[in-house]
Design a protein around this ligand. Sequence first.
Ligand SMILES: [Zn+2]
Length: 251
Amino acid sequence: MMLYPFNLDFVNYGDKKIPVAHYPFMFNGKTVPGVLCAVSGRLAGDMICEKDNSARLALFSALRLDFRRVAGLWQIHSRDLVSAGKDRVPFGVKGDGLVCAERGIALSVTVADCLPVFLYDTQSGAFALVHSGWKGTGIAVKALELMKEKWGAKAQSTAAILGPCIQPCCYNVDKERARVFAADFGGQSVRRGGGTYYLDLQAANIKLLKDAGVRNIAFCKDCTFTDGRLGSFRREGASYTRMAAVLYFPG
Ligand SMILES: [Zn+2]
């Protein structure tokens, strides 16, 4: 498994500099070329999936993406997946994950403490991007299943990236939620300290992906709650910043 440092770059939109972190897919030790895999920083603004959101327009323009070819979901903390393709670019549809096998279509979800998971099958070319919070944990392997069904993707040829999320240093939950999470996703997905329980979303997803046969997994240990460069629902409260996770293979 590969650990990514969190580095923000800046992309230009007019005289604005928009913070974005890039995470390359790695497969068998090599970087997968020609793919955009990114998460916007907090100061890029709130990326709520609405057509007139100027922060989204600025981000996608700066990334040189055609806004009409960017699929985006209205997240509901489910395991619901939506397919995207040239003839169907969902926008504002309810769901928490997008699957696609066509180049030239960008996938986006929003996150603010929840975990973005990027998947790419190096053989079939199918890819997926999901928003995985505690409630929706399992959606990443569900996306892999759908990629298998629709396009013949295989776990062995798939690379996964787990982006920034709230980490077990800060993700305290009540005993009951911790108990259910550990029962469903293994003991390593919950930590205990000072009489409190903490969830580890990445550990849960790594276990699920490994059990499914995915071997190429990269992750970033940055904590959205701790790192002010990132948006965090728990830290920021009502006016929190949804970050956009974006996955795009140029056509
Ligand atoms: Zn933390």
